[in-house]
Design a protein around this ligand. Structure first.
Ligand code: UD1
Length: 360
């Protein structure tokens, strides 16, 4: 029996694992699939709820790699994953996106000469200060099969010397999940504090939230922006560490909430007048949903969302954010399209390619 091991670890992995796991089960029912959770995201609201809502079986193994810095997690991950993969001896290791797990899983699998499939391969911000960028580079350098969500990713991989036969433009697996669960998303119940019309904010990148001066400047800008339209701000655990407990007085028009479950959060995006974010996935989801998105970062590894989609790369300056929001209220949203192959079928394409890879 052939075996595929999926290694995941953080919230943005789970909506990518769900459709791929299901497509393999449907197309290759004899394959033994195992899920290894790195443990990076350990709060139930950051992890368990996604497994439950998205019908992912519980992980077979949890490596509990959640202490220390990113590089310490990668080091621990190498040590803990090694005996597990030696024991399972899978035919393929599947890794997702750019979280720390892709760096250590690709290193261990490559050393054990187990073929690696990287899903959401080829994205580049060209900014090595972003912890995810080195994870992407390491994962792609060591992976054998590279599944890309957009054609800019193919170009990046070819420039880095990858062989065209290794690169498969399959589309965006995260959008598969969004499309599949749209009925549940539409009927999800939002918290009562969410107003009828609102802007949505998510911020968790170290460059935006870890330095108190920078973060306060952003919050001050959001306070001014929220005077025009209230803001809903589900707070990531990393961001929560830098927020005071009594926020309602300082930011009366900003509703701070706990992180949301998947269905609720997509509904929140879908119904938002606009979204301000520094997340990668949110830039893609808003593009698919046709919701204006303002990305508070100097660069994006997902250029298709601003070239084709609804995203506007604001840069890092908060005054530019304010300017873009004002322009949006005066002129409306920019024309946008959904990128090719963001059609709900990316995972099926991947499963068919796995069939050939595994000679099934
Ligand atoms: C990670 C990913 C990032 C992704 C983000 C989405 C990497 C390098 N980064 O960043 O790409 O966009 O997830 O969520 O893999 N924490 C909790 N509870 C949790 C998880 C984390 O309290 O369930 C705390 C951690 O202890 C840490 C902080 O939040 O102090 C940040 O978490 P960490 O896992 O280091 O990275 P993220 O910022 O979540």
């Amino acid at each position: 029996m052939k075996a595929i091991v999926h290694v995941v670890g953080a919230r943005p992995n789970f909506m990518k694992l769900s459709p791929v796991y299901q497509a393999i089960r449907d197309t290759l029912p004899t394959v033994n699939q195992q899920i290894i959770h790195s443990g990076q995201h350990y709060d139930p609201i950051m992890s368990d709820v996604f497994f439950k809502q998205l019908h992912i079986p519980s992980p077979n193994i949890n490596l509990s790699v959640n202490q220390g810095s990113a590089i310490e997690q990668i080091g621990q991950g190498i040590l803990k994953l090694l005996p597990v993969l030696q024991d399972i001896q899978p035919d393929l290791v599947c890794i997702y996106g750019d979280v720390n797990a892709v760096a250590f899983a690709s290193m261990v699998a490559a050393k054990l000469e187990i073929p690696i499939a990287h899903i959401e391969s080829g994205l580049r911000s060209f900014d090595r200060q972003m912890p995810e960028e080195t994870n992407r580079i390491v994962a792609d350098a060591l992976s054998d099969y590279l599944f890309t969500p957009s054609l800019d990713a193919n170009d990046n991989l070819l420039k880095e010397g990858k062989h065209p036969d290794q690169i498969f433009f399959v589309g965006n697996v995260m959008i598969d999940t969004l499309i599949r669960f749209m009925p549940q998303i539409d009927s999800a119940k939002l918290p009562e504090i969410v107003p009828t019309t609102y802007g949505l904010v998510t911020l968790h990148r170290p460059t935006n939230v870890d330095q108190p001066k920078r973060f306060l400047e952003i919050l001050d800008t959001l306070r001014r922006i929220s005077e025009r339209l209230p803001i809903v701000f589900p707070v990531h655990p990393r961001t929560q560490k830098h927020l005071d407990s009594d926020l309602s007085k300082s930011y009366p028009n900003i509703m701070f909430t706990s992180p949301m479950q998947y269905f609720e959060f997509i509904k929140l995006q879908k119904n938002a007048t606009y979204v301000i974010t520094d997340s990668g996935g949110v830039q893609e989801e808003t593009t698919f949903l046709g919701v204006p998105c303002f990305t508070l970062r100097p660069n994006t590894e997902r250029p298709v969302t601003s070239l084709v989609g609804t995203n506007i790369l604001v840069g890092e300056h908060t005054r530019d954010l304010e300017k873009h929001i004002n322009l949006f209220f005066e002129q409306g949203q920019k024309a946008a399209e959904v990128p090719p192959y963001w059609d709900g079928k990316a995972s099926q394409r991947i499963a068919h390619i796995f069939k050939q890879i595994l000679n099934l």
